[in-house]
Design a protein around this ligand. Sequence first.
Ligand code: R5P
Length: 286
Amino acid sequence: MIIGGPSSQLLGGRIAAILKEDLALCEYSSFPDGEAYTQVCSDLGPDGRIVVVQSTPSDRDIIQLLQLLDVCRGRKIDLVIPYFGYARQDKQFKPGEPLSARAMAVAVDAFLAEDSRIFTINIHDRSVLNNFSHQATDLDATPLLADEIKKMGLDDPVIISPDKGAVRMAKAAAERLGVPYDYLEKTRHSGTEVSMAPKEIDASGRDVVILDDMIATGGTMAQAISILKSKGAKRVYLGSVHPVLTGSAVLKLCRAGVESIIATDTLEKAVSTVSTAGLVAEALRR
Ligand code: R5P
């Protein structure tokens, strides 16, 4: 039985279709005071493994994940958290701050019976997985994005990461496509003046795909688009595993001159054209 949480209904449905397993009927609504109401209406049967798929971009999604896990308590669960919220709070930057990524992992872990498994997709830092006491695996959706880029018929493309952090992702995609890659390097000229430019590659006259694990406020990508355009890039596309796209992120990216955005369905947005269902289904089968 596959349970698609409120934020991963489409992905849950796609995984169920690939695995030819039942997709549970659930109800997700609110109590009059705003608290989340969750009900698994389908009979989960007396035993057997249950797959729960739920991304956690918001606090409410975390609560609803815990509610689903409570319904399944005592069972062997394959828990898929395609987008793991709070993963960026994995270090203490100031005294008194929590490691929120660890808190999330510990809370979820408490519901899982022996032999349960956890899967994430391009989690911000794989070290977060060490907080789980069950087998935890991070899946890599970069090849899926690369295959989508291949279909786009770009002109002399180059893959660029907006900072050093995502350069491994840019390298992996570029190698799969047989094209060059680079990252935007920050140079500090003074206390207030910082410039950014591709470290080695001349993007002038070329199609550029900027790749990053996530687009949240869009600030990082909007800045990267502007820089590459000012360096003469022909068309600038964005590729991202997790289209968090908070607030006016899309407007910022459009104003910066993005050609189009491709992203996966770890978060179900209009730009989520690349499905991770096959990747997850394959991992669940293993
Ligand atoms: C940073 O570590 C991530 O890889 C992204 O670059 C970042 O989270 C994007 O955030 P925003 O869209 O808010 O600039």
